[in-house]
Design a protein around this ligand. Structure first.
Ligand code: TYC
Length: 118
């Protein structure tokens, strides 16, 4: 978070310190810049979707390398779930829809969901 400094000249009559009366105080304000919330796209394990299909989905819709795709697929296979990527709401929604539609069209029960990042 960036900080803005404002120097405020205090020209009150109660300047008892002598000199030319130029007494300054510094006040700090934090600009409240709002970033849009991010959403995790999660891939869920199941017992039926072929591993190669999941790897293909990851390469196709998430633009990751084959070895990264294998790594994520194996994480889901072993742990039950993994974060595939973090996106804006609209992009995350599109990725989930693309994966769900592609899985359904290929008659695989693969599940993909999204979750707001804290
Ligand atoms: N568990 C599946 C199998 O053994 C593979 C798999 C991995 C399925 C990841 C879904 O998201 C998934 N064929």
């Amino acid at each position: 978070m960036t900080t803005e400094w404002h120097m405020m000249a205090d020209k009150d009559d109660d300047d008892t310190r002598g000199g030319d009366g130029d007494v300054s105080i510094a006040t700090k304000t934090k600009p409240k810049t709002q970033r849009p919330p991010l959403y995790k796209v999660l891939l869920l394990n199941d017992d039926y979707t072929p591993m190669e299909f999941v790897v293909h989905v990851l390469e196709r819709f998430f633009g990751i390398t084959h070895s990264q795709a294998v790594e994520i697929m194996l994480t889901v296979h072993k742990k039950g779930v993994a974060v595939v990527g973090v996106f804006s709401y609209e992009i995350a929604e599109t990725k989930v829809a693309q994966v769900m539609d592609f899985a359904r069209r290929n008659q695989h029960p693969l599940q993909c969901t999204m979750e707001k990042e804290e």
